[in-house]
Design a protein around this ligand. Sequence first.
Ligand SMILES: Cc1cc2nc3c(=O)[nH]c(=O)nc-3n(C[C@H](O)[C@H](O)[C@H](O)COP(=O)(O)O)c2cc1C
Length: 303
Amino acid sequence: MKDSSLKTEIASLKLENPHILASGILDENGYTMKKILEEGAAAVVTKSIGMDERNGYQAPVIADAPAGLINAIGLANPGIESFGDEIAIAKGSNRPVIGSIFASTVEEFANLAIRMQKYRVDAIELNLSCPHVKGFGSEVGSDPDLVEQIVNELKLKVPVPIFAKLTPNVTNILDIAKAAHKADALVLINTVRAIRIDIHARMPVLSNIYGGLSGPAIKPIGLRAVYDVYRETGFNIIGVGGIETHEDAVEYIMAGARAVQIGTALMTKGRKIFGELNSNLLQFMEREGYSSIDDMVGIGVVK
Ligand SMILES: Cc1cc2nc3c(=O)[nH]c(=O)nc-3n(C[C@H](O)[C@H](O)[C@H](O)COP(=O)(O)O)c2cc1C
């Protein structure tokens, strides 16, 4: 079987395989993004970038959890002004670079998207879902009217594909997904709002108290979101949450995802994970008789 069987497409974005680096892990620096693309990732999503530089929260910003971790980095990032150089370096790999942005108003999102697009990113991912920063992320992404306005405005302002990354921390993710229907794809899911308590200090472990749970612990939650949104809408979906093996990726694809993102597993398994995912997925498809990714998309969904 040929490597080309792994190809997939999200709107006009062509990918060599379905495995993408998720936002926030080893993607604030052009050289690490380029390295990860050379290891076999089909594309990378940058760290979420805002208008101005942010230092994020004070330590501790990460706590461990059974089968995952809780982070409250606080959207630390260098700001849009200085980020063009990193994108240019990552683009040296000739694979797609997706620019992630966060803001609190429609105007700021539009402004950032225009600047990001000038850096020649191949798509823009809207962070409507970070669960631990006041005024941003899930606070914006829990309001269907605001989500609709942001997505619609960006579709008018920038020609590159727009991906909307949604939060699972809402009563009904379908309402938000439908509000974002003009996006070229939905990215499901960001982290799940969580805390840990230090029983000796008698206080929360994280300086911010709340953080976002990621890793294998959230895989069934991510799958449920992908499954529900795909079954109801048939939208293009990129699945993310707890993927460590090719079996995890296949589960997401069979639930309706056309591609998947990998985050926490980079920290636990290292960047070689992309090469392993590609070769193991190819062997799986050969054994099970699938000739393309498209053959598997949504086939696990009960009609
Ligand atoms: C340390 C860390 C930083 C993250 N930063 C961002 C970010 O800047 N923007 C964003 O949209 N998601 C961010 N995420 C969320 C991931 O992109 C992903 O949605 C989530 O971790 C679930 O996938 P995983 O289980 O493969 O890590 C971050 C996750 C982690 C663990």
